[in-house]
Design a protein around this ligand. Structure first.
Ligand code: ASP
Length: 343
């Protein structure tokens, strides 16, 4: 009997150790690249769509250079120990000021011939977020979204309310005419001629989409995501897309940061950014497997594209629309810039 008392704790210890070995073995089957911690990482997009491969070389160069410059801005912030939130805001600000992209200057026109802007930002470390929709005089909507997150007790302001909130901040304001660009105006007129004929042709889809976004991991291990857009060409009065909806267009937690682009209605209906994060967490799987699940299984071909960075500094960028202006880099020197799906 005495011997049994002695044996019991030993048996218990042995079984606990066996369990731990089993767990370690299970973990080791996971993608090991996932476990290599990078100091920082960043990914950005300038919109998913149906850009023709016959795009004039000069225009292609202009996009590639802009993506490279945007990437350099965010990377510099992160390299110097800046926060993921600053990297996201400054990168998106650059893209908002760049006419090539459908956000800030360069935003598309609504059915009523206006430019109405949406944006959101999320801090993965606090899970706090800020969003605005339907603003017409804010030069950099992502900066106003950040102020909503940090300087208000709310998460989301719409239209007149967002403008009133902006009055109480120091964000830069502009005349509505600032957002007018000839190429978007012409695209809107073209859209007007063709509206009503569904399904959309590739040509029509190409002027309907576009948006900018950025996701980042900083040296303190914090993740952030932000997205900014003019929405979809010819959108109806008061239409709100996925971009300012936390969990659809933008999401970040302590595991992953995601930004979406594409057909907003489809992205909203699948709560896309949050779906990727949940899949990754609950399946305990890699960033790439979660991205594949979202793009290939949840959404339909032609719907949308996404960028994401995980807590290890892995990045993933994938679209099912044919093209997505995108760029990414991390502290190990990995860098990627592309436009078309199969690059
Ligand atoms: N998702 C945006 C929207 O529906 C458009 C885009 O990303 O191109 O407003």
């Amino acid at each position: 009997m005495k011997k049994l008392y002695l044996l019991l704790p030993i048996l218990l210890l042995l079984s606990v150790t066996a369990c731990q070995v089993k767990q370690n073995t299970d973990n080791s089957t996971a993608d090991t690249t996932e476990q290599t911690q990078k100091e920082w990482a960043i990914a950005l997009h300038g919109g998913a769509g149906y850009v023709s491969k016959d795009m004039p070389e000069e225009r292609k160069q202009a996009y590639m250079e802009s993506l490279d410059e945007a990437l350099a801005i965010g990377s510099e912030v992160l390299k110097n120990g800046g926060s993921a939130l600053d990297a996201v805001e400054q990168t998106v600000n650059y893209l908002e000021d760049n006419e090539l992209f459908n956000a800030g200057k360069g935003a598309v026109f609504t059915a009523e011939g206006k430019n109405e802007l949406d944006a959101s930002i999320m801090d993965g470390s606090t899970k706090n977020a800020g969003a605005i929709t339907g603003v017409t005089t804010v030069k950099n909507p992502i900066s106003l979204a950040r102020k909503v997150m940090t300087d208000s007790k709310h998460v989301f302001f719409a239209a007149d309310g967002a403008e009133t909130f902006a009055d109480e901040t120091d964000v830069e304001r502009v005349e509505r005419s600032y957002f007018h660009t000839d190429h978007r105006y012409e695209a809107w007129q073209e859209a007007n001629k063709q509206s009503g004929s569904l399904p959309l042709t590739d040509e029509q889809k190409s002027w309907k989409y576009g948006t900018v976004g950025c996701v980042a991991l900083d040296k303190n291990g914090k993740l952030a995501a932000g997205t900014s857009t003019g929405g979809m060409t010819n959108k109806m009065y008061g239409r709100v897309g996925d971009v300012p909806i936390i969990g659809s267009g933008t999401y970040a937690n302590d595991l992953v940061a995601v930004s979406s682009t594409g057909w907003g209605e489809k992205i909203m209906l699948s709560v896309s950014a949050h779906t990727l994060a949940s899949y990754m967490e609950f399946k305990d799987t890699s960033l790439q497997a979660s991205m594949d699940y979202l793009v290939d299984d949840v959404l339909e071909p032609g719907d949308a594209g996404f960028i994401a960075v995980d807590k290890y500094g892995n990045f993933s960028m994938k679209t099912n629309t044919g093209s997505m202006f995108r760029a990414a880099a991390n502290s190990t020197g990995e860098k990627s810039i592309g436009i078309w799906e199969e690059e």
